[in-house]
Every structure is written in structure tokens, then in C-alpha cells.
Write a protein that binds this ligand. Structure first.
Ligand code: FAD
Length: 265
């Protein structure tokens, strides 16, 4: 509602409540529109859970839930999984101790000036930036999984998730076009971090001034000079990015150390 107070936050930080609210929405709301998972959908859901279980730098109760979900998906001989079973696990129906994913949706870094703006899509971008940075800094994290040694593992998983499950079909179409154009050129984990940054800026440029722009959070080419002065340079009077600096900034901004576990009430 409009009377709800805007919560102050720091744009140079990433917030765990946004990431957890996003995971809650993804697992309990977005996925619920698919009554059963089978075939390619089941495979990509397994890949998605693999990536988040192995790379999400979250609270132990959430990581343990994701790991349990992954073990269960891997051990299951079924070719078809009813969504209800995934929901039961997400809600920890079996009451395994130490597992929990809050059902509260609370946006902080992703709060919008109205309920229709920002929120979930913002948290998805944030989640995937965090995951590409984790993959690049913990290079053995995906060892012994189907995604081992693939520098595009996180990006391909994001591509498939966005194309299949993301509620905004138009977004999925746009993202797929960008992926087809250049994702295959990504040859290292660092390049994956930069690819996602570049494409996100491309989306920002396209959406500037559109309906999905929150007037309180205008679409910019990010990081802005106040966040990272050394990311910006001028060549022959034109703006250019210093990509070494951008990479270093992204690895710091989306690192586990920069995610605030702060909970506001
Ligand atoms: P977001 O763009 O969601 O960004 C979230 C946060 O990430 C920002 O606040 C900032 O801190 C940081 N950030 C910004 N730019 C970058 C960058 N380049 N690199 C790293 N971090 C950055 N909406 C449409 O209307 N049409 C579309 O086609 C469309 N396609 C989308 C495709 C994908 C894959 C996703 C996840 C979303 C898409 N959306 C689309 C939604 C749109 O991109 C925004 O998520 C939404 O409008 C909310 O914007 P926001 O202001 O919260 O910032």
C-alpha cells in the first residue's frame, strides 16, 4: 500500500532479505504454476537447484533446505515430479531440523515505490549476479555435479530458468535473443560475470523511460560513478568502461561479505 513506509537502505550493499524473498517467490509462487515437472523442465529445475544449493552464500537453514531438495531430486528415480512434492519439501513437511525458508516477502534493496515495481525481478537479477561471482571465486564449488568445469553453468541455468519458468514471457524472449547472440563466447568464469553485467545494462538501456521503470529508481548504466569511479573512463571524448575495474567491483559488490543479513521489522 502507499501508506507503507519506505525503508532506508544502502545502494552499495546487497541484502539477504531480497535474495531469500526471491527464492521464496520462485519456489512457492512461480513454480506453482507448473503442476508437474518432467522432461526438460525437470532437468533444468535440477540444474537450477544444483547451482543454488552449491553456490548460494546464504544462511545455513536455507542452504540446508536447498541441499536437501537437491539430494532428493538426484536420488529420485521418477521421471515426473508433482509440484506438491517440491512444495512439501520447501515447507519442510518432514520436519527435518535446521531447515527453513521464510514465507515472508520483504524487499529492501529491491523495494519499489509501488507493489507492481521492482521486487521479484530485481531479486532474480541480484541472485544470478551473486551466483556468477560465487562461481568465479569458489571454482571447485560445482565439482562432482553435472555442471562441473562449465564456465557457462550459471548463465545457461539462468537462461533456461528465465525461458521456461519466469512469469514475464516477454523478458524470457528478450533474454533468449541476447543469449543466442553471445553466450557461447563466454569461455571463463570471469567472462560469465562480465557477460551478465553487460547484458543487464543492455536491458536497463532498453527499459529506460518504459512502464517498468520505477521513477524512484531510474534505469542507469550500472555501476554509476558514485559507486565505482574507476569503472568509468573517457576515450576521445567518449565514455568507456574499464572492464578490469568493473570485474573487480562486481566481485566485491556481489561477494558474500557485501551481503547484509540485516533484518528490519
Ligand atoms: P533491476 O534491473 O532489476 O536491477 C536490480 C539491481 O541490480 C539494481 O538495483 C542494481 O543495484 C543492480 N544492477 C543494475 N544494473 C546492473 C548491471 N548491469 N550489473 C549488475 N548489477 C546491476 N522487464 C521488462 O519490462 N522487459 C524485459 O524485457 C525484461 N527482461 C528481463 C530479463 C531478465 C533476465 C530479468 C531478470 C528481468 C527482466 N525485466 C524486464 C525486469 C527488469 O529488468 C527489472 O528487473 C525490473 O524492471 C526492476 O528493475 P529495478 O529498478 O529493480 O532494477
Amino acid at each position: 500500500s502507499t501508506s507503507e513506509r519506505f525503508k532506508e537502505f544502502d545502494k552499495s550493499k546487497v541484502y539477504m532479505v531480497d535474495l531469500e524473498s526471491g527464492l521464496h517467490y520462485l519456489l512457492r509462487v512461480e513454480l506453482a504454476t507448473h503442476k508437474t515437472l518432467e522432461g526438460v523442465e525437470l532437468k533444468l529445475f535440477k540444474d537450477f537447484v544444483t547451482v543454488v544449493a552449491k553456490l548460494f552464500p546464504g544462511r545455513q537453514s536455507v542452504v540446508k533446505l536447498l541441499e536437501t531438495l537437491l539430494e532428493w531430486l538426484i536420488s529420485l528415480p521418477l521421471e515426473k515430479i508433482p509440484y506438491e512434492a517440491i512444495l512439501d519439501l520447501t515447507n519442510n513437511k518432514m520436519r527435518i531440523s535446521g531447515l527453513h525458508l521464510s514465507e515472508r516477502v520483504q524487499w529492501l534493496g529491491c523495494q519499489g515505490s509501488s507493489v507492481a515495481l521492482r521486487g521479484y525481478p530485481c531479486s532474480l537479477w541480484t541472485l544470478f549476479h551473486v551466483l556468477t561471482v560465487q562461481a568465479a571465486s569458489r571454482t571447485d564449488a560445482l565439482a562432482n555435479t553435472a555442471l562441473e568445469d562449465d564456465p557457462q553453468a550459471v548463465l545457461q541455468t539462468m537462461r533456461q530458468y528465465i525461458g521456461t519458468f519466469f512469469g514475464c514471457r516477454e523478458c524470457g524472449k528478450h533474454f533468449e535473443e541476447m543469449a543466442q547472440e553471445s553466450m557461447s563466447q563466454v569461455k571463463s568464469l570471469d567472462e560469465a560475470v562480465l557477460w551478465l553485467w553487460r547484458k543487464h545494462n543492455q536491458v536497463n538501456a532498453r527499459l529506460a523511460g518504459s512502464m517498468s521503470e520505477d521513477p524512484m529508481f531510474p534505469k542507469t548504466q550500472w555501476p554509476t560513478p558514485d559507486l565505482c569511479p574507476t569503472c568509468h573512463e573517457e576515450q576521445d571524448g567518449l565514455h568507456v568502461w574499464n572492464e578490469d575495474m568493473v570485474l573487480a567491483f562486481l566481485k566485491k559488490h556481489y561477494s558474500a561479505e557485501n551481503i547484509l543479513p540485516k533484518h528490519t521489522s
